[in-house]
Ligand binder design. Structure first.
Ligand code: ADP
Ligand code: MG
Length: 626
């Protein structure tokens, strides 16, 4: 039995097209402009293989003419045009792409270099999203006759001879009347048209022109205004990222950055690179010089603009950037993306994933470059976005810590400025086991922390953690270059000789400390002689995974689960107050109770934790004023 070919059910398909493929009606303009650009490209490619066809660049342009009164939107091009047959085939059959066929023609050399936009044969029909009737007048380079294709949509189309002086195509859309939900008038408005061309088609190679209505003071009477028309080219044609880097000045990038609304001022750092390979692409990326006001909120949307051959496909492609580099602005342009039919999405994300990985690596290496070559700039960057990097270390169970660890910086007790982990480790003393850190609200407060005394005394460097996320990130990191991190508040600081001594002291005063521990039941796990205190009387240290700082952060969270750190009250047995304590233990146990509570409350205050019972605290202090 003979197999019959399916015929595309044009009516249904057209409806589908008009109503479901595209999410945005405005992209009809992108599609028609892309077709016009393809048509001009074809003339150019013809000229390469046919001596009889000349290509004089100045003769090629696209023109848009809106007419509010007639409700028509006309777009003309001086491209290759269509014969009667081509009108039938290309516009009469949905999903027939003359452009794809053109590329595959035998006499077209270097097929890879032919980068026409069209391939699916559906874009043209997007015109019906905004119009009741579409007329296409066209004259092919290969013919001296012109034909007009006309259709009101689903009913079908007609083709008949018409008048047209020049080679090329003229498409006239009869724009729909406004409805309750849809404003079609906007597509006849010159400002809207200008902005749509900018948005989607700014980098089409050929000029897109429009007579723009303007007004100026009258010559003889400057109080009155007169309207006049001026021909404007709406697109900038050559995308800055396709230009040669050597030809571009910093000002060019800055201007582009502002034009694109990537930021309000100059970018801090520009990354402009082209990659040739399995997937070829160009990127132009910017690191902003200021934190966007909504950066650390849910409203902030990360993403890069994605272009396919200079035509905008996606405004914010979030898959191109990892969260920890979400501050990066810019774009990617690639001719190698396989787009889906609406050209709003990609068919495979394989290429995208590939590009995203390469972009991630590039951003990292650029940041390391900045750190090396222009530290001041890097510090500025880090002040704006360092927190995002630290979140990145912590997020996804530390999956990205290797990538990010060399980008981290913390304030150093010795250098009095931000230093990297690498710098810290390279300066570590031979007898130093750990990378020490101390936590507090700000540098000044940390400077005064009793817990830092011993480590400073040993002349070891301490990193100051002032961001909530710092300790969480570091806990995820565990080690850097085989060196473990250690909080100056942790029970064991790794100083064996000092440990021995404080152990001995704790032993000697066992009964006293046990008594105190009993008074502070449920509040501290242990009371002991301190090895880390030099001048301060008391401090808290902690045991286990949850630090006192983490307890504070957990308790600030809305779903406070009352997570507590295991606290140890450390007593400076060399401090004069210890004599009073011993005396009270021997003579007046009630007095020692008051002392115990007061010392604990003091230690809490030093930690920046609230005193549990302020009234009791006040009474205790009063009881001493005798
Ligand atoms: P695609 O652009 O994906 O091929 P379209 O539906 O946009 O699909 O267009 C279908 C075909 O109609 C094109 O491939 C091209 O051959 C032809 N065509 C559309 N617009 C023009 C034009 N302005 N000039 C010449 N040919 C055109
Ligand atoms: Mg098209």
């Amino acid at each position: 039995m003979a197999v019959k070919e399916f015929k595309a059910e044009s009516k249904k398909l057209l409806n589908l097209m008009v109503n479901s493929i595209y999410t945005n009606k405005e992209i009809f303009l992108r599609e028609l402009i892309s077709n016009a650009s393809d048509a001009i490209d074809k003339s150019y490619y013809r000229s390469l293989v046919d001596e009889n066809v000349n290509f004089n660049k100045d003769d090629f342009f696209i023109r848009i003419t809106p007419d509010k009164d007639k409700r028509t939107f006309t777009i003309t091009d001086t491209g290759i045009g269509m014969t009667e047959e081509e009108l039938e085939n290309n516009l009469g059959t949905i999903a027939e792409s003359g452009s794809l066929a053109f590329k595959n023609k035998d006499d077209i050399k270097d097929k890879d270099k032919v980068d026409l936009i069209g391939q699916f044969g559906v874009g043209f029909y997007s015109a019906f999203m905004v119009s009741d009737k579409v007329a296409v007048k066209s004259r092919s380079v290969n013919s001296d006759k012109a034909y007009k294709w006309e259709s009101k949509g689903a009913e079908g189309y007609t083709v008949e001879p018409c008048e047209k002086e020049t080679v090329g195509t003229e498409i006239i859309l009869k724009i729909k009347e406004n409805t309750k939900d849809e404003n079609y008038d906007q597509f006849l408005d010159q400002y809207k048209i200008k902005s749509l061309v900018k948005k989607y088609s700014d980098f089409i190679k050929y000029p897109i022109k429009m007579m723009v209505k303007k007004s100026r003071p009258k010559k003889d009477n400057d109080k009155e205004k007169e309207e006049y028309f001026e021909d404007e080219t709406l697109n900038s044609m050559v995308p800055i990222w396709r230009k040669n880097k050597n030809e571009l000045k910093p000002e060019d990038y800055n201007q582009f950055y502002i034009d694109k609304h990537f930021g309000y001022d100059k970018p801090l750092w520009v990354i402009h690179s082209s990659v040739e390979g399995v997937v070829s692409y160009t990127t132009l990326l910017f690191i902003p010089s200021k934190t966007p006001f909504d950066f650390y909120t849910k409203e902030f949307q990360k993403g890069l603009e994605l272009y396919s051959n200079g035509v905008l496909i996606m405004e914010k492609c979030s898959d191109l950037l990892p969260d920890y580099f979400s501050f990066v602005q810019g774009l990617v342009d690639s001719a190698d993306l396989s787009l889906n039919i609406s050209r709003e999405l990609l068919q495979h994300d394989r290429q995208l994933k590939f590009i995203a990985r390469r972009i991630r690596d590039k951003i990292k290496s650029e940041l390391l470059q900045m750190l090396k070559k222009d530290r001041e700039k890097y510090v500025e960057f880090y002040k704006n976005f360092g927190r995002q990097l630290k979140y990145g270390v912590y997020a996804d169970f530390g999956a990205n810590k290797e990538i990010l660890q060399d980008l981290l910086m913390f304030y150093s007790s010795k250098e009095k400025k931000l230093v990297t982990l690498d710098e810290y480790v390279s300066r570590m003393k031979e007898d130093q086991k750990y990378i020490y850190y101390a936590i507090g609200d700000d540098v000044e407060k940390i400077e005064k922390l009793p817990q830092t005394e011993l480590v400073k005394d040993k002349n070891f460097e301490i990193l100051y953690f002032t961001d909530d996320v710092d300790e969480f990130a570091i806990k995820m990191l565990v080690k850097y270059k085989d060196k473990e991190f250690k909080s100056v508040s942790s029970k064991d600081l790794g100083f064996d000789s000092d440990d021995k001594e404080s152990k001995k002291e704790t032993e000697e005063n066992k009964e006293l400390f046990d008594f105190m521990k009993n008074v502070l039941k449920g509040k501290v796990k242990e009371v002991k002689a301190s090895n880390r205190l030099k001048t301060h009387p008391v401090c808290l240290s902690n045991e286990g995974e949850i630090s006192i700082e983490m307890e504070k952060i957990f308790n600030k969270m809305p779903n406070n689960q009352n997570i507590k750190a295991d606290k140890i009250l450390e007593i400076n047995t060399g401090h004069p107050m210890f004599k009073a304590i011993k005396k009270a233990f021997a003579e007046d146990k009630d007095r020692l109770k008051v002392y115990s509570n007061l010392l604990y409350d003091q230690a809490l205050l030093i930690e920046g934790l609230p005193v549990e019972d302020p009234v009791q605290f006040a009474n205790d202090v009063c009881s001493l004023i005798k």
